[in-house]
Design a protein around this ligand. Sequence first.
Ligand SMILES: Nc1ncnc2c1ncn2[C@@H]1O[C@H](COP(=O)(O)OP(=O)(O)OP(=O)(O)O)[C@@H](O)[C@H]1O
Ligand SMILES: O=P(O)(O)OC[C@H]1O[C@H](OP(=O)(O)OP(=O)(O)O)[C@H](O)[C@@H]1O
Ligand SMILES: [Mg+2]
Length: 285
Amino acid sequence: MNKIRIAIQKSGRLNEDSLRILKECGISFDNGKDQLKASSRNFPMEVFYLRNGDIPQYLKDGVVDVAIIGENVLFEKGEGIEFVERLGFSKCKVSMAIPKGKSYTNYNYFEGKRIATSYPKTVRTFLEKWGIKADIHIINGSVEIAPNIGLADAICDIVSSGSTLFKNNLEEVEVLLKSEAVLAVSPKINEERSLILNKLQFRIKSVLQARKNRYVLMNVPNKSLEKVIEILPGMRSPTVLPLAEKGWSSVHTVINKDTFWEVIDELKAVGAEGILVCPIEKMVL
Ligand SMILES: Nc1ncnc2c1ncn2[C@@H]1O[C@H](COP(=O)(O)OP(=O)(O)OP(=O)(O)O)[C@@H](O)[C@H]1O
Ligand SMILES: O=P(O)(O)OC[C@H]1O[C@H](OP(=O)(O)OP(=O)(O)O)[C@H](O)[C@@H]1O
Ligand SMILES: [Mg+2]
């Protein structure tokens, strides 16, 4: 039987969340500690554990059909590879940074400078956009140290919390791109495996929707029902069930976790009580 071949990072920042999302999709397989390839027991899928930086080439060659990879790496090395889903984890930026205290007004700062980076194409694209000429020094890790050891005047690297820049006395001055983990697809995927991809995407969407929402139950005096229903931004309209106690109802609905606290405050203000909030495992729209 045909199986979809998915690449995920063997170890590193993307590994754990990539494994988690596939497991939450109900797909079981071995975790790659001792092997570089695992077959799922309950879904037509083979998992390849690879270096993140090598994955774009595997996608281009059609050695794997899909991959979980950072958008930043796709931009850098994955020309012509599309992604079909943003996965909501490993959010970061690829930014230019310079030593703290230097005066910076705009990109002209980089004219004639030495820039250390692991993302040469991303930097080149930025420099070419503004017609700036600079020297790009490619290094594979610990890029932030380069200005301190006299190797470069500026760097371009991943920024998340900003603490690595801070510790190295650097300041972010330009954000070249924003990134998160995505589900990328090989341009060579065949029709049969595209059908398996559709199934995988359907499951991923249900998991991501569920993560964004909470199931909420509350008791509401009937006289407040109309106001409560007005406040609730449910999937369709909330479920309202009578309580054993006369004059009261139980209201059930789904609320986006980002607007959740504001909505709860409003609900309490109009008389909702005993509010329960539960995680949702899957949400099929
Ligand atoms: N500090 C961070 N915060 C959030 N996401 C990050 C951070 N650092 C890296 N990432 C994201 O995770 C991806 C993998 O980063 P990681 O450092 O684990 O691997 P790598 O060393 O770039 O790759 P390889 O697997 O080839 O060794 C990056 O491409 C980026 O998308
Ligand atoms: O803004 P921050 O939250 O400090 O994150 C940014 C740092 O995280 C990544 O390094 P990582 O820890 O993955 O080490 P690596 O260079 O060995 O990949 C990246 O290369 C930055 O150095
Ligand atoms: Mg890293």
